[in-house]
Design a protein around this ligand. Structure first.
Ligand code: AMP
Length: 250
């Protein structure tokens, strides 16, 4: 079985986000970019499934600009076998990503597509679900454990107040949650080896798929700055403030 893992290049999670002065979006010029953290978890899960004998090949796929090659090389250094970049410089929405991933699935015929539950830049949490709908295949979101068993895969999901176990017929779409594993670091020898692994580049426009943005962003704004705190000398002062200013106490 092949596993496809879609990986997105996003602003590194340690970077303090700056909104563009005109509010049209987030500033990405001279900003450190990395693989979406949930996608690192998805790559790790796919590699572990391969190591456990459930898969023969892990294919990392990214949709984005030429620079997304770096993200794919990271996936290859972690242990993916090969990579495909669907190159586009257009801003790309989850539906367009899902349509391109559908084309990748039709080309590669994987048993599993393992995605992150969400990309931390847009926090959409849509792509996996849309891909499952477009392919008319079963999906399990927020996965905590993934166990392929012959023609099916058992997925334990994190749901409100507990865990839910599903059995899906393969091929299936799974999106992973935070606690499923701890992704490995790519070692230096593996980073070197990754440079020689195959990375195919396909012009997204050549697929003949409509990937024009359908959603208009009206405004992007930074969260309001927090008001400065005050230091109080006594508990009585605190009780008084809670009563008079915060309205917490009667
Ligand atoms: P989202 O629906 O945008 O929150 O993203 C959910 C998941 O879809 C991510 O964790 C990735 O696995 C995948 N994904 C989203 N955008 C891309 C992209 N441009 N290239 C590859 N994978 C993507």
């Amino acid at each position: 079985m092949k596993i496809i893992v879609p990986v997105k290049r996003v602003v590194d999670y340690n970077v303090k986000i700056r909104v563009k002065p005109d509010g049209s979006g987030v500033d990405t010029i001279n900003v450190k970019m990395s693989m979406n953290p949930f996608d690192e978890i998805a790559v790790e899960e796919a590699i572990r499934l391969k190591e456990a004998g459930h898969a023969d090949e892990v294919i990392a796929v990214s949709i984005g600009p030429a620079k997304a090659q770096e993200t794919l090389r990271t996936a290859l250094a972690m242990g993916a076998d090969r990579a495909i970049l669907y190159k586009t410089d257009l801003p790309i929405e989850p539906l367009a990503v899902a349509k391109i991933l559908k084309a990748a699935v039709e080309k590669e015929k994987p048993g599993l597509v393992i995605l992150g539950k969400q990309a931390i830049d847009d926090d959409s949490n849509q792509t996996g679900q849309m891909l499952a709908a477009l392919l008319n295949r079963p999906q399990a979101t927020f996965a905590f454990k993934v166990s392929p068993q012959g023609e099916t895969v058992e997925v334990v999901r994190e749901v409100d107040g507990g865990l839910q176990t599903l059995a899906l017929r393969l091929p299936a779409i799974v999106t992973v949650d935070l606690r499923i594993n701890q992704p490995r670091y790519a070692s230096l020898p593996n980073i070197m080896k990754a440079k020689k692994k195959p990375l195919e580049e396909i012009d997204a426009a050549s697929l003949g798929i409509d990937i024009e943005p359908k959603v208009k962003v009206l405004k992007t704004a930074e969260p309001p700055t927090r008001k400065a705190g005050v230091k109080l000398k006594t508990a009585a002062e605190l009780v008084d403030k809670l009563r008079t200013e915060a309205g917490v106490l009667q």
